[in-house]
Design a protein around this ligand. Sequence first.
Ligand SMILES: [Zn+2]
Length: 367
Amino acid sequence: MPPPIRFHLNFVGDVMLGRLIDQLLPTHVYCPEEAELIAYFVAGNAALKNYNFKSPWGNTLPLFHAADLNLINLETSITTNPKPWPDKVFNYRMHPANIQCLKEAHINYASLANNHTLDFSEEGLLDTVRKLKDAGIPFAGAGESREEALQPAVLGLKDGEDAYTVHVYSASDHPEDWSAVPKFHLIDYLPSTRNRLKQLLTTPAVKPDLKVFSVHWGPNYAWMPAQEIQSLAHFLIDECGVDMIHGHSSHHIQGVEVYKGRLIIYGCGDFVDDYAVNAKFRNDLSAIWRVEVQKSEGAEGRRLRVRRLEVFPSRIKRFQANLLDKADTDHEWVKRRFGMLCEGFGTEVHKELGDQGQIVVDVDNGD
Ligand SMILES: [Zn+2]
């Protein structure tokens, strides 16, 4: 028998390349306050002088380069627009030249439905969308029109002559005051939204081999998702044919649930940023969430089934993400915390780590 056809998809949470990270890169948005702050950090750490397009990714690049697809939540606008969204506490933007950072990691998809896409007004959102289009990086969750903001990104996978399609939808449950902007995909937990999502996700004439819902949801700093979040996740699987959910926003890792053989990642955590560290929730600790999918032929025809999840713990330090060695106490922290949070969903985590120190969860072995 030929070996089964499998692909590896890497998912990460918030990739925030704006503000101080932008200032570290050779070309950056003009912002004297941020420039002054980053000069202080560089004075204390000479290595930061060599910060370049590869730097945000640290030693994680080989794992990105080895994957079939890499999917992120892009937690910043890509614009030089000077007009911030009024009365918002944090406004992030990165210079369009720094999209090269995404290219260095072979990023294939960026979620734009999050609380920073409109940080520099609708112009900033449009700049972001257009820059991603120019760079050939698919996105979802925002667009030049309402229709574009709602439609899924269409990604391709290939095995010899065989081509497979992955659809990725993106939505955010905040900020509420962006509900007046049709170019942004905001959701809530009302029945009318469920009806709309069902219509949106089940209408496409061409069915993808894998359907992903990428969602920025929930409050910051809460270990377990609220009941309304879990209920929506189940609805997306039960009624909308979603195969896996890529959740983010919480700033720290959350547990995963295996629901009817489908995968729900509630919160990936922050992958790279310039944030201060919360000692309790450890927002500096995160992971690359590698999902293995396998071709299967069933009653519904050909599909890609989510077979397993492998969690590669990582840490943000000095504006850079790095994979953690399994001997590192922070690796142990992630393993223990993730295990505890998974228990809350009845999710079984392998006792033994994988050969690269990854934490393993079986999703659907097809047995
Ligand atoms: Zn966010």
